[in-house]
Design a protein around this ligand. Structure first.
Ligand code: ARG
Length: 586
């Protein structure tokens, strides 16, 4: 469906072509269906699958014809006849089994490409103005190293964060640390028995994890140990000063390590409220759920039955009286609702938490929470040798992965830019290495399995950050050369001419940027943006290699340089949204 209403009141930003054409289709339906009442409009205007047939395509006729029991080609022809063609379209045609194809006029296209290059936010409309979204992402657990499974939540969450801010939303990013789980009983007990001061000095998180594993193993064979751990947990929860001090120390150590990684990734949060922030609300919440008849006793525990939603019951108080992950998440939701009145709350975690969030969202609806709730889940990242997971032996710590990325990128930069100063090489390698890891993750559909390889992540000729960064650097150098050779040249005001098909292709990909940004944010799929940027960089590379550039006659040359500058702006802006820096040289 088109959300034509979306643009009402948004004066900032232009309307992308897909929306403008969508409105034309809507109008055509209205005209045609005037006698029948509500228009049967469905489907959307999307980029044409085959550029030979047009630039955009409306694909809603076939389904509508099927439902109405009429001939789709005739229906499409009727729509096309209902209205004069949209002003920006050179051609409107019925094609295939009943598609409507549009070709944009060269002048409109050139004008739109020029506007994308100069408008704030590359012409992306501020559809989020006045709306609040809370983004819950990264959210690692205290006293455990952040392994590379966590990178996905951090990187995907951060891209969604940037995208929503770009669209004008008020974004509240919250790092919901796992700092109040049952692991602390075993950890405190283990710490008292097996703490090794020098190991703790060296790498506190590593040492804490070892303490935890030892303590956990002992508990498996020793019920008294398990019982003692439970007592430590209760003491912590009741505010025992000694246990509280230990807990605080564990949290501080972990945050120090997490901060180091966030700094390298350029990630900041508006809030870092761990689970512990909500601890005093849990008992009241559970009482309230019981009073309202939502939670019931079952075998000594308290659960919310979710039969209506066809979900398994959700445990909110264990038999031993302890609260759990779900209890905290419900309390968190209520607190967020109360404090921020969000329009949307988005959680980014791995696929294993799908059931958890379905249950939480079902309970939230019963509690009357109106915010739109979305769980954005992703598959675990794999190395060719297996899954990254703390449960398996081959844990790769995120920091080591980033170190290696920078090291490998430095080798690459030394090859591509041997003349650069060593300090600058290191600086560029940082952008390329971190960018490569981020992009390898963001360029995939989050819900597919990602196999990470260095070859792919750092491939200068493939769909990778270095490829896109290189495209930006190449354009920067073209602009430098232009200024050097033609000091009188003014490409900024030169008309973009679109004489060659490849110029048209580049211009189309430029003007699609706002469409792609909107689509990526709406679907919570940063990879749609990555795809759009890659396609643009590829088209530009073809243009650069197949038609004369600085050697072209001035009228063509200046228009092409302007198109190149527009390409660079879109690429840089898009990569920035994905958290990827674009050095001027690589
Ligand atoms: N700490 C959890 C984990 O590492 C993720 C928390 C996600 N956010 C939430 N509100 N439950 O698996």
């Amino acid at each position: 469906m088109f959300d034509g209403a979306l643009w009402k009141g948004h004066t900032i930003g232009m309307k992308p072509f897909d929306q403008r054409l969508g409105e034309w289709v809507l109008e055509a339906w209205r005209k045609r269906d005037a006698a029948l009442g509500e228009p049967a409009v469905a489907g959307a205007v999307v980029p044409a699958a085959n550029p030979a047939f047009g630039d955009y395509q409306y694909n809603g006729v076939i389904g509508a014809a099927k439902r109405a029991g009429c001939n789709p080609r005739e229906l499409a022809a009727g729509l096309v006849r209902a209205l004069p063609p949209p002003p920006e379209a050179a051609q409107v045609e019925v094609a295939g089994p009943g598609f409507i194809n549009f070709r944009i006029q060269n002048d409109s296209l050139a004008e739109a490409a020029a506007a994308v290059a100069t408008e704030p936010r590359c012409g992306t409309p501020a559809v989020g103005e006045g709306k609040t979204v809370i983004l819950d992402y990264s959210s690692p657990n205290i006293a455990k190293p952040m392994h590379i499974g966590h990178i996905r939540s951090t990187v995907i969450g951060h891209a969604l964060d940037q995208l929503h801010r770009y669209l004008g939303y008020r974004v509240i990013s919250d790092n919901h640390l796992g700092d109040w789980g049952t692991q602390f009983g075993l950890l405190i007990l283990g710490y008292r028995h097996f703490a090794d001061p020098s190991a703790l000095e060296n790498d506190p998180i590593e040492a804490l994890e070892q303490i935890y594993v030892k303590s956990y193993e002992r508990a498996q064979s020793d019920p008294a140990w398990m019982e003692a751990a439970r007592r430590e947990l209760v003491k912590l929860q009741q505010g025992d000063p000694e246990n509280r001090a230990l807990w605080e120390r564990f949290v501080a150590w972990s945050l120090e390590e997490f901060e180091r990684i966030y700094r390298r990734l350029g990630v900041t949060f508006d809030l870092v409220r761990g689970e512990s922030y909500y601890r005093d609300r849990l008992a009241g919440l559970v009482d309230d759920l019981r009073r309202r008849g939502l939670a019931r006793e079952s075998e000594g525990a308290l659960v919310v039955f979710l039969e209506e939603e066809k979900l398994p019951p959700c445990l909110i108080r264990k038999r031993d009286g302890g609260f759990n992950y779900a209890t905290t998440d419900i309390a968190t939701l209520l607190s967020r609702e109360e404090e921020f009145h969000p329009d949307k709350i988005v959680y980014v975690t791995d696929e294993r938490q799908q059931l958890h969030f379905r249950q939480i969202f079902a309970i939230a609806r019963r509690l009357g929470i109106r915010a739109e709730l979305t769980h954005v889940w992703f598959g675990l990242m794999r190395l060719p040798e297996g899954t990254f997971s703390t449960r398996q032996g081959n844990v790769i710590k995120l920091e080591r992965l980033l170190d290696e990325a920078e090291r490998r990128a430095l080798e690459l930069v030394r090859e591509t830019s041997p003349g650069m100063s060593p300090e600058q090489q290191v600086e560029v390698a940082r952008a390329v290495g971190i960018g490569a890891v981020r992009y390898a993750d963001l360029s995939q559909n989050p819900q597919t399995l990602v196999t990470f390889t260095w070859e792919k992540a750092l491939n200068l000729n493939g769909n990778s950050a270095p490829y896109l960064q290189y495209a930006c650097a190449r354009i920067a150098s073209v602009l430098d050369k232009y200024r050097e050779r033609f000091p009188e040249g003014r490409f900024e005001g030169a008309p973009i001419r679109l004489e060659e098909p490849i110029e048209r292709e580049v211009a189309l990909r430029i003007v699609r940027f706002p469409e792609v940004v909107l689509a990526a944010a709406r679907a919570y799929r940063p990879n749609l943006l990555a795809d759009g940027l890659f396609a643009l960089a590829q088209s530009f590379s073809t243009l650069y290699q197949t038609i004369p550039f600085l050697q072209a006659p001035p009228a063509q040359r200046d228009g092409r340089v302007r198109l190149a500058a527009a390409t660079a702006r879109v690429l840089r802006e898009g990569l920035r949204l994905l958290g990827i820096d674009t050095p001027d040289r690589i």
